[in-house]
Design a binder for this molecule. Structure first.
Ligand code: AMP
Length: 414
């Protein structure tokens, strides 16, 4: 089955086509036929496409909305020009899997998109006003293009964290706010945490029930998850993706009282302060230079800038603090797993986070840490009580597999 995977944002559309079915899943023989992205939708859009291991193709085209972007990429993928032998026409795309950010309390696992499911995703718009409307546009565009008969599946960023207990998801605010407005922790990056926990147990040949890990997704957005018995028991992101770890431009945890204080002192509205916490804070806010960890690290190397060092130190300290907290919450873990652009590629940040976790039994193997980048591997010493791993995430693969399993009515453990 050739599954088109879509991740639609406000002005971008990321896509992949993965060929998979139940046998391929079992044998890990899923085949990524192509991947790419349309950026700057709404104007002269930039389209990048990579087919297998061939060099990346790049085009520009005036694409006014997600529908036009999807139409453009599908036309290209199915044409001879793309060079994808497995896809000769639109009929060779057998299903569509969508990344959907918020599934609220209703969606505890991936779901085939019916009118009722689409309504459910719409009902979650007030929980994720910046994300769900774009995801819905992607779903509607695919329905228009392929017709309603082509199966489509929604894979939710929140679903993996449905197993959080009330104790972990409730905020200590008046309970009626939860009842009336569903104000609680939902958690995000669920597909990524679930994927790396699954790869960890595959690497160590463990059952789901034997999987006790802390996963750290460190990219532009960052989150930690405490996974006990294969299920998420706590996570750092909250009602929205703003809570928790320090991120590229997001503050993560702050004292809620500073929202009003900043509003008064800076003459901003509450909405403007929230935007400041989302877009001008985190690594960018502290360093005053960049949200990009690579830029910060090279700046640190070349100029030893104090604020850049501070940004990186606060980033590592916050992550370490969450590891300690989650170890306490989950009664200890067997490993910490690093993923995301920073987690997969930066030995220095991994070392910075693990520094001082020797008390918990975590001892990095310096050589393995330096050498394990963009690939799976253990980076702690053999005798560490708390192991550390690097496992590159692959949310699209999990979306493709869930799509196949949903369509065939097979279980797809979240
Ligand atoms: P993601 O959102 O997962 O694509 O991750 C983006 C983040 O990963 C950015 O902050 C990048 O600077 C960072 N990143 C990617 N490669 C490296 C690297 N080799 N060293 C440090 N940070 C990296």
């Amino acid at each position: 089955m050739n599954v088109l995977i879509l991740n639609s944002g406000s002005s971008s559309l990321k896509f992949q086509v993965i060929a998979t079915d139940l046998d391929r899943i079992k044998q890990h023989k899923d085949d990524r036929l192509c991947k790419g992205e349309v950026e700057r939708i709404g104007g002269e859009a930039i389209v990048t496409l990579q087919v297998g291991k061939q060099p990346r193709q790049k085009f520009t085209a005036p694409l006014r909305d997600i529908s036009a972007a999807l139409d453009f990429i599908v036309r290209h993928i199915v044409s001879d020009q793309s060079g994808i032998a497995e896809i000769q026409g639109a009929a060779d795309i057998h299903a569509v899997g969508h990344r959907v950010v918020h599934g609220g309390e209703r969606f505890t696992e991936s779901a085939i998109i019916t009118d009722d499911v689409l309504q459910g995703i719409e009902d979650c718009i007030d929980l994720a006003p910046l994300h769900n409307p774009n995801n819905i546009k992607g779903i509607q565009a695919a329905r228009e293009l392929f017709g309603k008969a082509l199966p489509q599946v929604a894979v939710f960023d929140t679903a993996f964290h449905h197993s959080l207990s009330e104790m972990a998801y409730l905020y200590a605010v008046p309970y009626h706010l939860y009842r009336r407005h569903r104000i609680r922790r939902y958690g995000f990056h669920g597909t990524s945490h679930r994927y790396v926990a699954y790869r960890y147990r595959a690497l160590r040949r463990l059952s789901r029930e034997q999987t006790h890990v802390i996963t750290l997704h460190l990219g532009n957005g960052c989150s930690a998850a405490a996974i006990r018995g294969g299920a998420s028991v706590d996570t750092s992101m909250g009602m929205t993706p703003l809570e928790g770890l320090v991120m590229g431009t997001r503050s993560g945890d702050v004292d809620p009282a500073i929202v009003n204080l900043i509003a008064i002192k800076e003459g901003l509205s509450a909405q403007e302060v929230e935007t400041l916490l989302n877009t001008q804070s985190g690594l960018l806010g502290i360093s005053g230079l960049s949200n990009d960890m690579r830029i910060l690290q090279s700046e640190l190397k070349e100029h030893d800038d104090r604020r850049v060092r501070l940004a990186i130190d606060v980033f590592c300290y916050r992550a370490r603090k969450y590891i300690g907290a989650f170890l306490a919450c989950m009664g200890g873990a067997d490993a910490v797993v690093f993923t995301g652009g920073i987690g997969e590629n930066s030995p220095a940040i991994r070392a910075g986070i693990c520094e001082g976790l020797q008390w918990a039994g975590l001892q990095l193997d310096d050589k393995h840490n330096q050498e394990t980048n963009a690939r799976e591997g253990k980076i702690s010493t053999d005798d560490s009580r708390l192991q550390a791993y690097v496992i590159p995430t692959d949310e699209e693969l999990l979306i493709a597999r869930d799509t196949v399993r949903c369509i065939l009515g097979e279980p797809h453990p979240s």
